[in-house]
Design a protein around this ligand. Structure first.
Ligand code: COA
Length: 220
């Protein structure tokens, strides 16, 4: 059914896998549309109690927005692209009424790091690499890093990551609180499934309201 993602639902957990490994799972328009649609399905499916987001292949979670779609964009087009991404994916994930955990298995750059940050929390394999390299392309992050990154890691690290554009390792991401756990690659999905299975044992409204209250609190 989908061309750019895979979905699998079992034991109350829906795993959505970004599936363009030959392009480092970069977020093109089609993937953004399909991810938005898959989230809508998971939202309506009462058997789903938690969602895991991950990337196909051994190298990338998501290496950012698809740069090849940038070449023709002027400022209005860039703004429209960011708005669509927010509505279909980033804000939808943040406001999603069920917990969503990112399993970061490789490069999480630009929109990929932003996608992981929209999730409730992130766990990473030792191979994961995080970064906001937009400045190196002469643009600013358009998928929420300017808001979510300082909230997660504090203003200093957020500014350093966005101003320098340099990637950080999984271990550094753990030190600054961008991820909560780093595990060997072979163990990543087992670790995620253990956490998601834990969530699936509770009445759905418990994590749902906990998430809502945390977000309301963060908004002040
Ligand atoms: N958009 C579109 N295509 C991308 C991409 C992106 N963000 N990131 C990687 N790809 C593509 C490459 O163009 C290449 O395609 P090709 O084989 O048809 O030439 C393929 O994915 C593999 O990437 P490659 O660069 O050969 O792999 P690598 O292991 O040498 O490097 C990265 C991996 C992630 C470090 C490198 O691809 C990269 O820096 N990508 C851009 C990251 C970025 O700036 N993201 C923010 C965008 S706002």
């Amino acid at each position: 059914m989908y061309q750019t993602i895979l979905t699998h639902t079992e034991l109350g957990i829906c795993t959505i896998t970004m599936n363009r490994p030959e392009k480092m799972n970069a977020l093109n328009k089609e993937l953004i549309q399909e991810l938005g649609a898959a989230l809508d399905v998971a939202k309506m499916d009462t058997s789903v109690q938690a969602v895991i987001l991950t990337g196909a292949g051994e190298k990338a979670f998501v290496a950012g927005a698809d740069i090849t779609e940038f070449t023709e964009l002027q400022s209005a087009g860039g703004k429209a692209l960011a708005s669509v991404g927010a509505a279909l994916v980033f804000d939808k994930i943040e406001q999603f009424p069920k917990p969503i955990i990112a399993a970061v298995n490789g490069f999480a750059l630009g929109g990929g790091c932003e996608l992981a940050m929209a999730c409730d929390y992130r766990i990473a394999s030792t191979k994961a690499v995080f970064g906001q390299p937009e400045i190196l392309l002469g643009i600013i992050p358009g998928g929420g890093a300017t808001v979510r990154l300082p909230r997660i890691v504090g203003r200093g690290w957020a500014m350093e990551m966005m101003l320098m554009g340099e990637p950080i390792s999984a271990e550094q991401a753990l030190q600054i609180g961008l991820v909560t756990c780093v595990t060997e690659t072979d163990n990543l999905m087992t670790e995620l499934e253990r956490r998601a299975a834990h969530l699936a044992t509770f009445a759905p409204f418990v994590p749902q309201f906990m998430k809502l209250m945390v977000h309301k609190g963060m908004e002040g």
